[in-house]
Every structure is written in structure tokens, then in C-alpha cells.
Design a protein around this ligand. Sequence first.
Ligand code: AMP
Length: 421
Amino acid sequence: MSFNELGLSAALLRAVQKQGYNTPTPVQSRAIPAILEGGDIMAAAQTGTGKTAGFTLPLLQQLSDGERPPVRAPRALVLTPTRELAAQVQESVRTYGRELSLKSTVIFGGVGMNPQITTLRRGVDIVVATPGRLLDHCRQGNVDLSHIEILVLDEADRMLDMGFIHDIKKIMKLLPEQRQNLLFSATFSSEIRRLANALMDSPRQIEVARRNTAAEKVTQVVHPVSRAAKRSLLSKLIRDGDWKQVLVFSRTKHGANRLARQLEADGIAAQAIHGNKSQTQRTRALSLFKQNKLRVLVGTDIAARGLDIDQLPHVVNFDLPHVPEDYVHRIGRTGRAGHGGHAVSLVSADEFKLLHGIEKLLGNRIEQSIVPGFEPDPRERPEPIRKQGAKRRGSRSNSSASRRHRPGSGRRPDKRKIGQR
Ligand code: AMP
């Protein structure tokens, strides 16, 4: 199938060609014609499947074909879970819509309200936003959502995980009843189906990639290693392999900061990216990384979610995630849209339970290889894994708790941390 067969206008086809895309991805070839027909859709598609163009292209076409309301009020709204994803989606809207006279803006928290108010008041056609900040603007009367024709919920599963359901419901109440709804989610969990039922009328379902397709394109390896030796092993791997662009996942913000500092001390340019960093710091770090001026970006799951970095060659799990699905999301940063990738996990005695959970989800075992000089200490005992924000236990209870604790058996980490909006 070619892009010409999808019903897109010449202006959009030129934009696609300019991006160098020859063939639509599976989600694009199914979603684009379905969206152009005007019905509601729910699509199960992960980051890396080309889903952004899958909804952005037909959305632009619908708006440029349709009639403008008498006032310049937003006609399309895209909600995303994170600031980074919002910024990337708007970037796609701008890229693909460069020949169209549609205006778009991105709205997220962590930056000043005033410039956003000015842009909104001047009038835009497309708003890409995270839910919390958008609601703030709605409450202040800075934006009128009563002309929205198309609503997109991008990475809806993540939005639910992050506790945005109430904000989403409040936003729904401000939208006209008559509209087209597009829901994109990595999985169709029962929670997502409930949301879809509340939101739309018999949506067309599009399921293109199996949950772990991303994982299949990526060469994965586990290096068993002692906890204390992880950092020097990482420095060695980066140096020996001459890795130029590495995304490293840390479970906690504090761990991400510490690791970035230690890598810097080893002479490897690194910065941390997480919810406690200001938007300016995050944008700057990401931009340096994309330009290959920063070798290592150390991020937490939420901060790294949705980062659109083309053909990222290396992803490292400095810590394994608590939730097996997060492993798939993490390694989805590499090996995107048909390119191979390389994912390395440094696994200490604490984390083998987590590793088994991940292998169960993937349906296969990940190759293990011990790096000479970094053999794990056989005497190292599993210790409880502290989660983001958890308090250190007192030393007395610690020893007995550590023996009793089974890594991965605790509560799911609270993914919605303050400052993520
Ligand atoms: P997404 O799933 O939207 O995050 O897109 C993943 C990556 O695939 C992005 O870097 C896009 O630029 C790229 N991409 C999207 N559509 C295509 C296509 N048809 N051919 C090649 N690359 C694409």
C-alpha cells in the first residue's frame, strides 16, 4: 500500500514525502482512511508504530476540508499524558501541516501561563495539551472548547495510569456532543474499554501491533552484575562500545541525578531528565541529546515516555522497572519504525524477580551475559527495592524485612508524581 491510496490531499502527501516516508505503517494504512470517513476509532498502537502521523494527517485534512466556525476557536483537541509527548505531537502537526493555513499550539504545565493565554486569545485551530494545564485555562476562561470537532486521546492508557481520568472527564463536559473521537492506547485494558464506552459510540477498533512487537525488533541482553558495580560497568560499556547516544532508565529521580553526576565524573557527558526538572531544563537536555551533543540522557519512566528520538541506538535499563509493561515501553525507544536497536539491562541480585516478570510478558527469555571483571558477587543478597519517594526503613526492621521481601511483590509504584503535568 502507498500513501497515495489513503485519500490524503496533495499538500499532506507532499509533507509526508518531505519526511522521507515511503510506505504507510500498518496503523497508518488502517487508521487514516477510517478517520477520514469520520467515525470514532479506538486504536491499539504503541509509540514507534507511526501512530502520531496516523491521527495527525487525517485530522489536518478534516480541518482543512471543513468549514471554519465564525470565530477562530479550537476545532481539534489532542490530549497527551506528558509535556514531552504534547510538544512532539504539536511538532508533527506543524511539520505535516506546513502547507495548510491551520494554527496550532501546545499547552502544558511547568511553564508560565501568560504566553499560552496570549496565543489562545489570538485564536488557534488545533490545541495539543496535557489535561491539568488545559483545565486551568478553561477555568480562567482563556479557551473555548465548544467548537471542538475532533478529540484525540493519545496514550490513553498512560493518562489513566497517571490519574488524569477526572481531568479528562471534566474536559469532556466542555466539548460539544457532536464530535469525532479518536483514542490511541498501547493496550485495550478493561479500564480503557470503559473509558471508550463512556466516550464514544461503537468505535471502530484498530489493533495492529501485538503488545511486544517493539521488543521483537530489539536485540536485548541482560548483564548480571553487583549493585555497586553497575555504574562502572555502564561507563565501560559506553566507552568500549563507543556508544554515541544512550538513553538510560533509572527507577527514581534521585537515582537519575546521581547517575548523571557519576557519569560526568567519568568523563561521559550526561544529564538527567525527570519531573523535578524545569521544562526549560528538560527541553534543553533533550535537544542537546538529539543533536548528539550530549552522550547520555538518564531518565525516569514517566519523563522518557513518548520521547520521539529517531533510531535511538542504545537503551540501558540501569534499574529494571517494577511494571513489566514499562520494560516494553522503555526498549520501544530503540528499534523504531523498522530500525533495529540494542537494549541492555544491568540486573543485580535484587532484580531477578522483576526480570522473570518481564520474560513472562515477552514470552521468551532474554540472553544473559556476564561481562568479565564485573561478575556478580555470589554473596550479594537481594535487598528490598525502594520505590520512588519511599522512606528508608529503620535498621532493625530492615534486615528482617529484606529477607522477607520479594522484589516485585510490593504495591505498584505510584506513577503519578507531583510535577508531571
Ligand atoms: P510514533 O509512533 O508516532 O511515535 O512514530 C514513530 C517514528 O516513526 C517517528 O519518528 C516517525 O517520524 C516515524 N514514522 C512515522 N511514520 C512513518 C512511516 N510511514 N515511515 C517511516 N517512518 C515513519
